[in-house]
Design a protein around this ligand. Structure first.
Ligand code: HEM
Length: 150
């Protein structure tokens, strides 16, 4: 069971990072009806995979691996959770923005997005990707007992 959950955690984490990269690439290009249709869908994949990562991660913390007591005394684990929450908060704005695109896109119209908003969306998704890199470093450190303060 522990191996299966580790597998699931990795698959969901990879899916999340892949979805973020796709979002970053799509938002960098000229907005077309095709990309405006794809971005809310890719964002849904990112949200769903983040949900799986969170649920599976929490089960591993509570019932498998090193036990909840270990993780609560691990500085990289605390940092990893803080980064996860920061990424979740950062993702709120792009998600709300992409949801507003559904109506015009459904009517075959291109959503109106000015250059300032596009730049902000790009910067936010870029920041999310940068934080994910730090989060993966924290994952490797916590798995190896670095920064344990028990
Ligand atoms: C996008 C978010 C996340 C990513 C990319 C991620 C990535 C990873 C990676 C790569 C590992 C393997 C580390 C290694 O063995 O070297 C790992 C392990 C783990 N992660 Fe995550 N993780 C994420 C979120 C979470 C969350 C939210 C939780 C808890 C609620 C969590 C709990 C765990 C646990 C318990 C392990 C096992 C560590 C050990 O072997 O002691 N992860 N994670």
């Amino acid at each position: 069971m522990s191996s299966f959950l580790a597998f699931l955690h990795h698959v969901a984490a990879f899916a999340f990072v892949a979805a973020l990269v796709v979002e970053f690439v799509l938002i960098r290009d000229e907005l077309t009806l095709k990309t405006a249709r794809r971005l809310p869908l890719v964002d849904l994949v990112a949200g769903a995979s983040a949900g799986v990562v969170l649920i599976v991660g929490a089960i591993r913390v509570m019932y498998f691996e090193k036990g909840a007591d270990y993780y609560l005394h691990s500085a990289p684990f605390v940092a990893k959770m803080s980064l996860f929450v920061s990424i979740a908060l950062l993702s709120i704005f792009p998600t709300i923005e992409f949801l507003t695109w559904l109506k015009p896109v459904g009517q075959g119209q291109l959503p109106v997005v000015n250059e300032g908003k596009k730049r902000l969306l790009r910067a936010i998704i870029h920041a999310e990707l940068a934080l994910v890199v730090l989060l993966i470093l924290c994952a490797a450190l916590m798995a190896r007992g670095v920064g344990y303060f028990g």
